[in-house]
Write a new protein. Structure first.
Length: 507
């Protein structure tokens, strides 16, 4: 009952006129910040942080959190309408969102993304409210072996993303891991894989640069190649009845994936330094792996949109939990929020719930309000996003190219990355022509920088004994599940071969 009383006070505080206005402005700005390639919630919150010194600290954090929420919704917009991920958290949305838009079902894709985001955010806020102290202690118990076991589990699910061609999937994963290893070694400090001695590779390969190159430039080149210039525009219709129908269809075909994304996203979000990007990508792979017809994924399945969108919104809420309860940022955006709180004279940590209850519960209450506002604002702007798709492809192609270049430069402000993005676009088109899956490579470059240092740290802790991944109470079960998933394709291959031999003997 005490939690409900505190929550009602927090919601009432967030409904005060100044906070309500800031929430509306914040989610609207966040929506467009998230939709702009190369910006994302990190840059949006950082740019607008100085403005918050004009309002009280509680209103300031509510405003910045609303931007964060809006940006999680907005990342799907350019992923669906243009095929360019607005942020790294929306890369997985591109896998099915763009194909669905090309089929003239952009409204279904956008509505599904909005509803899944709302449900994922709502579930995570409820979990946040009821289990904050417990979940904080669970997150704290995750050391390097547990995090590596989780990454191994994610890699095990990659097989489901590559279809039945396991060798090509493994090659794609290895290619992504090579790209993830470029730059300085985190432990030894030595430079690695600095191709041709080009200094631009010293800072590594930025994931967003790769994602925009693969799904922005690569998608544009692939469309031009496959249509031979005959495509004019994408059919896209919009009506109120259509939104209702799309809402029913999206949830009917994607409710299970929404729940999967909500659970995985929130759990990954509360892990320090994990963030929404791994959560959304892992949710997509799990949703596809557990689907009745996994081959429909990548062709425009609403579930392929629902899972990552629910996950990145759930993870954005989950990443707030270690920041408030432990003083450890759960994502790059919450790291900026943490800095703002320190500037405002607040000290995040275990005592914040008792020392600053009005601030904490006001922030939690704003999550509920921001989530509702973000849904309403997103649905209200869907006609504008649909209108973009009615433009001829002769207009869209240069627009996609310009936005991709600007987004690639905005990510690191280095022209080296712009050229690299163009190379990735050409490489992505070549891999698609050779029928190599792109998704495993993209996911590997995200999880590689997390998996490698945690593997090495774990082996340092155990003096090189790999049994550390099996004899720990949390890491052990996760590792065993990952091993089973990795061996499943081999078992399937042997079973099919035995059946083929028996059929040959019978004839």
């Amino acid at each position: 009952m005490e939690i409900l009383a505190n929550l009602s006070d927090g919601i009432w505080l967030s409904l005060q006129p100044i906070n309500l206005i800031l929430i509306l402005i914040g989610v609207t700005l966040g929506l467009f910040i998230g939709a702009m390639p190369g910006l994302g919630s990190v840059n949006g919150v950082a740019i607008l942080l100085p403005i918050t010194f004009l309002v009280p600290p509680s209103s300031a954090i509510i405003f910045l959190a609303a931007i964060y929420y809006g940006a999680m919704y907005g990342g799907a917009i350019s992923s669906i309408t243009l095929g360019i991920p607005g942020a790294s958290t929306a890369v997985a949305t591109t896998f099915d969102g763009r194909p669905l838009a090309l089929k003239g079902r952009a409204s279904l894709a956008l509505v599904t993304a909005a509803l899944a985001s709302f449900i994922g955010g709502s579930i995570s806020v409820v979990l946040f409210t009821g289990f904050a102290p417990l979940l904080a202690s669970v997150a704290l118990s995750f050391g390097p072996p547990e995090i590596f076991a989780l990454m191994l589990l994610a890699f095990a699910t990659f097989v489901g993303l590559g279809g039945d061609d396991i060798p090509k999937t493994v090659f794609s994963i290895c290619l992504g891991l090579v790209f993830a290893a470029v730059g300085f070694d985190e432990i030894s400090g030595e430079p690695r894989l600095v191709f041709f001695g080009i200094t631009g590779f010293l800072h590594g390969i930025n994931f967003l640069v790769l994602a925009i190159g693969v799904y922005g430039i690569g998608e544009m080149l692939w469309t031009i190649e496959t249509t031979r210039g005959k495509i004019t525009s994408t059919e896209a219709k919009m009506s109120f009845k259509g939104i209702i129908a799309d809402s029913k269809e999206g949830m009917k075909r994607g409710w299970r994936q929404t729940l999967i994304g909500s659970g995985i996203g929130f759990f990954v979000g509360i892990l320090p330094a994990a963030g929404a990007t791994p959560g959304s990508l892992m949710s997509y792979s799990v949703a596809k792996m557990t689907a009745k017809n996994p081959k429909e994924y990548g062709q425009g399945h609403p579930g392929g949109i629902a899972a990552p969108e629910a996950a990145n919104n759930a993870a954005s809420t989950g990443s707030m939990l270690p920041m408030l309860t432990l003083g450890i940022p759960g994502s790059p955006t919450t790291a900026i929020l943490l800095g703002g709180m320190v500037i405002w004279g607040l000290t995040p940590g275990p005592r914040m719930f008792t020392d600053q209850p009005e601030f904490v519960w006001g922030l939690i209450g704003s999550f509920y309000v921001s989530n509702v506002f973000a849904l309403v604002v997103n649905l209200a702007f869907i006609p504008l996003f649909i209108w973009m798709l009615r433009m001829p492809f002769t207009v869209l192609a240069p627009l996609i190219f310009v936005l991709s270049v600007v987004g690639g430069y905005a990510a690191t402000r280095d022209m080296h990355d712009v050229w690299l993005m163009l190379v990735f676009g050409l490489g992505a088109m070549a891999l698609r022509k050779l029928d190599y899956p792109l998704a495993p490579a993209v996911l590997a470059i995200v999880l590689g920088p997390i998996a490698e240092p945690t593997l090495r740290q774990s082996l340092l802790l155990s003096s090189g004994d790999p049994a550390i991944f099996l004899n720990r109470p949390i890491a052990g079960p996760i590792t065993l599940v990952a091993i089973v998933l990795i061996l499943m394709p081999l078992v399937k291959f042997l079973r099919d071969k035995l059946r083929g031999n028996r059929a040959g003997t019978a004839t």
